[in-house]
Design a protein around this ligand. Structure first.
Ligand SMILES: Cc1cc2nc3c(=O)[nH]c(=O)nc-3n(C[C@H](O)[C@H](O)[C@H](O)COP(=O)(O)OP(=O)(O)OC[C@H]3O[C@@H](n4cnc5c(N)ncnc54)[C@H](O)[C@@H]3O)c2cc1C
Length: 498
């Protein structure tokens, strides 16, 4: 006989920014519901605790990356990792959700039973299996593998005489004072690391295979500061948040609709920041359009300041191999290095690497069709919290958590025990694309394992907060696609999948 460690109405997986936000929403909106948060690690914070590399910071503003219900009070709009971590921890304590977290519990599988209308969730705690049951399973497990980032097997790696470090596993005792550093990568992590390491290193070279769009922005938001000085805290947070949503939506739409003009503008702005020794072409002229991949934000133009000070430079070339003394490029040039940082990206995963099954049928993540960007055709009472790729994560994560609350309220009101997007109404295979619509390497590498989206609502993952807000906060729950039932109901067989 299986011993059930705990039964709750809602089981949240993950105590990162999203899981804590979800728990706060549940606690305040549905105080009668029992819930627990299963967290594989021993601490709160997810991303903002895991990454410890120098300079770690957000690249979106904290008024929108923070929760709508908890004002961001720090003067810095673009915040460092420790400040974000404190904010998450303090929120968990303020909303009294910290005591609901079961640390050290890695969820490995979850099985739905239609007969009981409940999930049976298996977790491992200190090597011992523990079983939980719940009515609704909410995966706030992030989007990448915590075990390790994307590792490129550079030839000659073992020959290099110094340390080779991946930003996901930053050694706290890494000594790079007065050393020559090569940072391999062109994404947000590389552009953060280069100026931060340049403060102590002799010289830092950013070595990229291909360029990324980079935009400099003040780390402080002067207008937000004025608004915060004038208005009460909560109102100021809402106003600044609204302002940033509108501005970021306008900028994104402009870039997608006028890619050539905006690409030129971005290049011009970068060129104005660069020293004469570093030409904008090829280092800052990507082959794709703005927002085909995530735009990289450089707060206070710190990357360019380090370049102007002669502390950092950039090389755009293929790597031939590592040698004992550094990195040999395809052109034959040797980049001397004492330390190499491989900022080569994350390994994306779906559903927190949890094996899911519905009435004994195994669920393959790559075959699922996303409904409203958070649920899946034929999988009852389960949501996956995924943020925006073109805007602050929390904007979408919080809409998703509020939608879960609305669903639970609807079930209670109508006396039903489960809801499930009707797989019979899923989009055809011909229209499918991966759930994250970016051409970035980390998305392409994981495309087969990622759930798919269609081309029209509700099966399309929109990257537009304003449209999603109206849909998820105000739209009908009973939209003709979502089906509802009670434990033991004979389930619909429209597509043969559920
Ligand atoms: C370096 C870096 C910088 C970023 N900067 C920004 C930014 O500026 N703006 C932005 O919008 N986004 C940014 N992101 C994306 C970022 O991940 C999100 O903003 C946000 O932190 C995600 O929160 P989350 O809680 O959904 O996921 P995570 O922070 O990844 O937390 C997930 C939690 O779930 C736990 N978990 C996972 N699987 C299981 C399991 N099977 N069982 C139990 N527990 C599990 C993990 O241990 C973790 O604690 C950044 C990401 C990285 C890596």
């Amino acid at each position: 006989m299986i011993t059930i460690a705990e039964h709750v109405d809602v089981l949240i997986v993950g105590a990162g920014l999203s899981g804590i936000g979800a728990a706060c929403r549940l606690r305040t909106r549905l105080p009668g519901k029992s819930f627990a948060v299963l967290e594989a690690r021993d601490t709160i914070g997810g991303t903002w605790d895991l990454f410890r590399y120098p300079g770690i910071r957000s690249d979106s503003d904290m008024f929108t990356l923070g929760y709508p219900f908890r004002p961001w009070k720090n003067p810095k709009a673009i915040a460092d990792g420790p400040a974000i971590l404190s904010y998450i921890r303090e929120t968990a304590m303020a909303y009294d959700v910290d005591k609901h977290i079961r640390f050290g519990h890695r969820v490995v599988s979850a099985a739905w039973s239609s007969a009981d209308a409940r999930w049976t969730v298996e977790a491992v705690c200190e090597g011992t299996p523990r079983t939980f049951t719940c009515r609704f399973l909410y995966l706030c497990s992030g989007y990448y593998d915590y075990a390790g980032g994307h590792v490129v097997d550079f030839p000659g790696r073992a020959e290099f005489s110094g340390p080779v470090v991946h930003p996901q596993h930053w050694p706290s005792d890494l000594d790079y004072d007065g050393k020559r550093v090569v940072v391999i990568g062109s994404g947000a992590t590389a552009v953060t690391l280069v100026p931060a390491m340049a403060e102590r290193a002799t010289h830092v070279t950013m070595l990229q295979r291909s360029p990324t769009y980079i935009v400099a922005r003040p780390g402080n938001d002067a207008l937000a500061d004025r608004i915060r000085a004038l208005l009460p805290e909560g109102l100021a947070h809402r106003v600044v948040r609204g302002k940033n949503v509108v501005l970021s939506t306008i900028f994104y739409q402009l870039m997608r609709r006028l890619p050539e003009k905006t690409a030129l503008l971005l290049r011009k702005r970068v060129a104005a920041e660069l020293p004469a020794s570093i030409p904008v072409d090829p280092h800052f002229v990507p082959e794709y359009n703005p927002w085909d991949q995530r735009l990289c934000l450089v707060p206070d133009a710190d990357l360019f300041s380090a370049m102007r000070a002669g502390k950092a430079d950039i090389v755009t070339e293929q790597i031939s191999r590592f040698t004992a003394d550094g990195v040999l490029l395809a052109s034959g040039r040797l980049l001397p290095a004492d330390v190499i940082v491989t900022a080569t990206g994350l390994r994306m995963v779906a559903f927190g690497q949890i094996s899911l099954s519905v009435d004994g049928r195994e669920i393959s993540s790559g075959d699922q069709r996303v409904y409203k960007g958070m649920m899946f055709g034929g999988i009852p009472n389960l949501a996956w919290c995924v943020g925006y790729s073109n805007n602050s994560w929390t904007l979408r994560a919080d809409l998703s958590s509020q939608y879960v609350c609305r669903l639970l309220e609807h079930l209670d009101r109508t006396g039903r025990s489960y809801c499930v997007p009707d797989p019979g109404m899923e989009p055809s295979n011909a229209e499918l694309r991966p759930v994250l619509d970016l051409q970035s390497g980390y998305v392409r590498r994981a495309a087969a394992a990622l759930p798919k989206q269609g081309s029209a609502r509700p099966w399309r993952m929109r990257q537009n907060y304003i449209l999603d807000f109206t849909d998820m906060r105000l739209g009908r729950i009973d939209d003709g696609v979502m089906r509802f039932g009670r434990a033991g109901d004979k389930t619909r067989e429209r597509s043969g999948r559920f």
